[in-house]
Design a protein around this ligand. Sequence first.
Ligand code: AMP
Length: 184
Amino acid sequence: MRLVLVGPPGAGKGTQAEQMAKRLDVPHISTGDLFRANLRDETELGLEAKRYMDAGNLVPDEVTVGMVRDRLREPDTEKGFILDGFPRTTAQAAALGDILDAQGLGLDAVVQFEIDDEEVVQRLLGRGRSDDNEDTIRNRQRVYREETAPLLDYYRDRLVTIDAVGEIEEITERVFSALQTRSA
Ligand code: AMP
């Protein structure tokens, strides 16, 4: 299965992506994790991404798309993948479409995690990541609304919407039952 997960910061996409990847036996590809790994290794890409990440802004599309294109060339993606945090702009979505088209592939579904902004601020402040201070969180929420939310319309024919409030296992079940209903 080839899936994309979309949702505001703190909606639990990463946690759900892990659960889903385990169950589907496909890699979990998080662009945020890839950037953080580059930052840890002090690569050029990581250093370039840092100032955007620190401010809660998006890393430029060409940098992000190049990184994802490379990752999707790895053989473990042949059985499918779960993209978490990519695409985040319609330009990234179009680029992903081109990458997949070139291999005669497409996305099976785009899973949207729905949650209220106020609900997540508290959740994120408890996570302790360096870009999880309140100003950066509010900016990431604004960036989501302005730059990422248009994807919901872009992907409307493949969209599966999940209520992201609840226990982890409960939400995972919602996702799989919604995907099943959709493919039935
Ligand atoms: P995340 O772990 O998904 O919350 O991502 C952390 C940060 O990495 C974001 O605030 C952005 O600065 C950057 N980032 C992650 N994914 C993308 C993307 N698809 N496009 C641009 N920037 C991204």
